[in-house]
Unconditional design. Structure first.
Length: 488
């Protein structure tokens, strides 16, 4: 209903009463140990750290801090389990993966609430996007476990051994699934280190592994910080390293692995271009723009953080985009009506704030919709910059927050040149009614993933990865198996 029905030319939005998801569906223990060889144990040094909710800075739990001795114990457990696990027929390994997938589905509400509490993203994202994809990846790779000879890695591919996997805080459980599912399907064993700020869903996954009856040592979870991850990556008995995170850390890992026989895949930062042509379905494009940069508060490596709009529709797109942003609801991530949740940490909020201030200092025009941010926690209003130049920091550096930089172009050639003018090469989006233009530009864009008339759509059957400083290797699809297999 709006005021036009009573003769007014102004419209009002529906009001939404609070619709909080219950925290009682998840039971968070006051402390958690490291998950090594099928059991939880204290860290060898007895050191712990706390994990907090980004929305209100409440301490959620105390978590063990793994160090070198713990890394060694976890790798030894994984190495011992490898002999039996890799010798199982693929169909037997598939049964465990199917069981894990079903338990994830059964516990999806619990896991969604947990992820929202620990990460800060809205419950509707964890519930409707993250958890269905997590289960789908385990189902998908369960199907591959007895078909590895058809994966394109030779007639009798073999697992590599122990996989060291380090995952980020923006999609803690989904990134875990991206890495663990193909590794186990291929016959490898795993030592995984979750991000320091979001360890809880990985620890809950450890319990799921026990619930599924997974043999001891096949999956090990080490909590800690960057030093824990560095010790894991550098361990001599690790055969494969998989990392998702910042480009700076990825480069350090590449230096560590260089000169060894360890296999390495890196999925790093991005500065994705979302390209809107004048013939695009503009209302649909605006929704894609909003989802591309404000989903998960823009804390997405493949976020469409650069909007390239054809000059002839620039004003129309910006007007529609600003109208749409005024309807976004920022606040309690556990509220089912919330569109934009909390920034994951104080450190990340400081990074976003610093780059946004740099955008203003360099002459770009900053705009945010009217937005009342909560007093406690880490928050940043959805922000749009116009008048952005190619050399601006906000056009070149990954902000990893709800900040959109808008640039213009006149011709397809100019759009491609501007889209490729970045050290990254992870994602891009093309909005146009012409299929021939989509196909031509997709081949010209230096991006590992190119979406057509949509953005941020994922499927376990599709490979994902980048070029340049966005890393190398692919996750998802049969391509995701290649990183965990070697030719016989």
């Amino acid at each position: 209903m709006n005021d036009q029905q009573s003769g007014s030319t102004t419209s009002t939005l529906f009001g939404y009463a609070p619709a909080p998801e219950s925290r009682s569906v998840v039971d968070i223990a006051p402390s958690y140990g490291l998950f090594i060889d099928g059991e939880f144990r204290e860290a060898a040094g007895g050191k712990v750290f706390t994990t907090r909710s980004p929305a209100d800075e409440e301490v959620l739990s105390e978590v063990a801090y793994g160090q070198a001795d713990d890394v060694d114990a976890a790798v030894r457990a994984a190495r011992a389990a490898f002999e039996t696990w890799s010798a199982l027929p693929g169909a037997e390994r598939a049964k465990y993966l199917f069981r894990i997938a079903r338990i994830i589905q059964e516990r999806s509400r619990e896991l969604a609430v947990l992820e929202t509490l620990d990460n800060g993203k809205p419950i509707r994202e964890t519930r409707d996007a993250d958890l269905p994809l997590v289960a789908a990846h385990f189902f998908y790779y369960a199907g591959w476990a007895d078909k590895l000879s058809y994966a394109g890695c030779g007639p009798d591919p073999r697992p590599l051994g122990v996989a060291a996997q380090v995952v980020p805080w923006n999609f803690p459980l989904l990134m875990l699934a991206w890495k663990i599912a193909p590794a186990l399907a291929a016959g490898n064993t795993v030592v995984l280190k979750p991000a320091e700020t979001t360890p809880l869903s990985a620890l809950f996954f450890a319990d799921i592994c026990r619930q599924a009856g997974l043999p001891k040592g096949v999956v090990n979870i080490l909590t800690g910080d960057g030093a824990t991850g560095a010790a894991l990556v550098g361990h001599p008995d690790v055969h494969k390293v998989a990392f998702t995170g910042s480009t700076a850390v990825g480069k350090e890992i590449a230096r560590t692995v260089a000169g060894t026989d360890k296999r390495l895949t890196l999925e790093l930062g991005g500065k994705g271009a979302n390209i809107v042509f004048e013939d695009a379905p503009l209302d649909q494009a605006v929704e894609g723009i909003v989802g591309g940069i404000f989903f998960n508060q823009g804390q997405v490596c493949c976020a469409g953080s650069r909007l390239l709009v054809q000059e002839s529709v620039h004003d129309e797109v910006l007007d529609a985009l600003k109208r749409r942003l005024r309807t976004l609801r920022v606040g309690d991530p556990l509220d089912k009506n919330t569109d934009v949740g909390a920034i994951n940490s104080a450190e990340q909020l400081a990074r976003i704030t610093e780059l946004a201030e740099a955008g203003e200092a360099e002459g770009a025009e900053r705009w945010s919709p009217p937005c009342e941010l909560p007093e406690r926690g880490h928050w940043f209003a959805p922000t749009v910059f116009t008048g952005v130049g190619q050399a601006h920091r906000i056009a070149q550096e990954e902000i990893f927050g709800p900040v959109l930089s808008v640039l213009t172009f006149r011709t397809p050639e100019e759009a491609v040149a501007k889209a490729n003018n970045t050290p990254y090469g992870l994602s891009a989006g093309i909005w146009t009614e012409k299929g021939s233009r989509i196909l031509k530009l997709a081949n010209q864009l230096r991006a590992g993933v190119v979406w057509a008339n949509t953005f941020n759509k994922f499927d376990p059957t599709s490979p994902f990865g980048g070029y340049k400083e966005s890393g190398y290797g692919r996750e998802g699809g049969r391509h995701g198996l290649e990183a965990y297999l070697e030719h016989a």
